[in-house]
Design a binder for this molecule. Structure first.
Ligand code: OAD
Length: 297
């Protein structure tokens, strides 16, 4: 692994423009499971197999139970030192930093009066103008018919989903035991749109769906406005596009790519990158300290 000094040397002498690509590994030490590898199974299902329009069409109750469980977990945990370090970087660098998160647990704050707001990035104090939620947000609920989207932190959203909202601190949730049957929930018991009565779905981006095109244009405009000096690839397996493409594009432009990942064999890293192996919650505060504290380099 590269030592911290190699990264701190990169920061000297100018005000680097920094792009961060964040994945589930950032929230892992807060207690939220990642999508792949250890923790990527929910009952007998690969988490990724439930994040599709097809899965929802086949069994909306099952998909809602999965997302209710993730919503419940998100409401139970706290942001960690990695979220805090990125938030401090955003405050220190303003428009010189952009954070693209794939994590749906990192909520924007249309309802800043909620206390505490149910996000991790923003609960750590991350200013919203330097944060883009590539895959949407766990607490948005979207009508599958008229597409009206509502922000809703009810846990559970409807009584029929209560089995997924058992408090983590109470021990193992029986719902996670694949040998037990899934509660039978009828379509009429699932959340419904307040406008048209259509069945609601999680307002996140699923596999096979398009990301918000206006957001992607904004990201491209930021990248193209001035050279990006450093791309941080944090806690992501870098297998999902377009997120993975930002680091690939940076490498072709000779931008320094710095990966932070628990897995020493991670495919997110390429030859030529600076690679830091370990917990992002621990590494990010140390890596970013020169930019986020008053001490000079
Ligand atoms: P993955 O679950 O694919 O990858 C998580 C990465 O984090 C892995 O490379 C782990 O080695 C690493 N990791 C785990 N714990 C860590 C820690 N404490 N510190 C640093 N790294 C750690 O998650 P993503 O790459 O975020 O999309 O997945 C991308 C997208 O695929 C998700 O947004 C989701 C998923 O399916 C949708 O749902 C559309």
């Amino acid at each position: 692994m590269t030592d911290l000094a190699a990264f701190h040397t990169l920061l000297r002498g100018n005000s680097p423009r920094i792009l961060a690509i964040v994945g589930a590994g950032l929230s892992a030490s807060s207690g939220l499971p990642t999508f792949r590898g250890a923790g990527g199974l929910w009952r007998n299902y690969e988490s990724t197999s439930l994040a599709t329009p097809g899965a929802f069409a086949r069994d909306p109750a099952l998909v809602w139970l999965f997302y209710t469980w993730r919503r419940h977990m998100c409401l139970q945990v706290d942001p960690n030192g990695g979220h805090a370090a990125l938030a401090a970087l955003a405050k220190a660098r303003g428009g010189g930093f952009l954070c693209l998160t794939q994590n749906v647990d990192s909520e924007c704050l249309p309802t800043a009066e909620l206390s505490p707001p149910p996000d991790l990035h923003e609960r750590a104090g991350h200013p919203t103008d330097t944060l883009r939620h590539l895959h949407g947000r766990l607490f948005d609920v979207k009508c599958s018919r008229c597409k009206k989207t509502e922000y809703n932190t009810d846990d559970p959203l409807v009584p029929a989903l209560a089995a997924a909202s058992v408090d983590v601190a109470d021990g193992e949730n029986p719902l996670l035991d694949p040998s037990r049957p899934v509660p039978q929930i009828t379509a009429s018991e699932l959340p419904h749109c307040s406008s048209c009565g259509g069945i609601q779905r999680p307002g996140v981006v699923w596999f096979g769906e398009n990301l918000d095109s206006r957001m992607l244009r904004e990201v491209d405009a930021w990248i193209d406005a001035k050279p990006v000096d450093i791309v941080l690839v944090i806690g992501t397996s870098s297998v999902v596009y377009p997120a993975a493409g930002y680091a690939e594009r940076a490498r072709t432009r000779h931008t320094k790519v710095v990966t932070v990942n628990l897995d020493p064999e991670t495919e997110a890293a390429e030859p030529g990158d600076l690679v830091y192996v370990g917990d992002a919650a621990q590494l990010l505060p140390a890596l970013l300290a020169p930019l986020t504290t008053s001490s000079s380099l």
